[in-house]
Design a binder for this molecule. Sequence first.
Ligand SMILES: CC(C)(COP(=O)(O)OP(=O)(O)OC[C@H]1O[C@@H](n2cnc3c(N)ncnc32)[C@H](O)[C@@H]1OP(=O)(O)O)[C@@H](O)C(=O)NCCC(=O)NCCS
Length: 140
Amino acid sequence: MISPADMAATHAAAFTQARPWSAGEFAELLAQRFCHAEGDRSCFALFRVIADEAELLTIATHPDLRRQGRAKNCMLRWHDRARNLGATQAFLDVAADNHAALALYSAIGYTENGRRPQYYPRAGAAPCDAVLMTCDLSQG
Ligand SMILES: CC(C)(COP(=O)(O)OP(=O)(O)OC[C@H]1O[C@@H](n2cnc3c(N)ncnc32)[C@H](O)[C@@H]1OP(=O)(O)O)[C@@H](O)C(=O)NCCC(=O)NCCS
């Protein structure tokens, strides 16, 4: 289990380009009946399952603990939970310049199915596209 305060701390350490989400924001999300968390302080994911669709809201691994398989394991665990809740498809969006996350999602079966041009603002640079990705959860 991970508390909203620990989520906020890991999120702030992990995300350098985006505004960190506060403990209060995490607590509000977790209070929603479709929203769930997986992981611990080293790596966690927040996801939502509505009917047969699951959406990844965020995932973060602490910068000191990367490339040890934590995010991959966390993704596979939340997929299992989403499947148990009835989801057959997962989706997410990711910045086109986030090469680590794109590699992670591709490695576990996500494929691109659309783009939102210039979706993410970038300080001092042009906005970055959002890549929309889906994964078939019925394949296990
Ligand atoms: C993306 C992120 C969650 C990956 O966490 P992680 O725990 O380091 O990832 P894993 O160790 O589980 O990596 C699994 C696979 O993903 C890919 N991958 C992960 N990080 C990568 C990187 N920096 N470069 C290239 N491939 C990478 C690799 O295929 C890796 O397998 P390998 O190590 O055997 O080659 C982490 O970099 C992070 O927290 N980034 C900041 C927050 C963020 O961008 N979240 C996603 C928002 S959509």
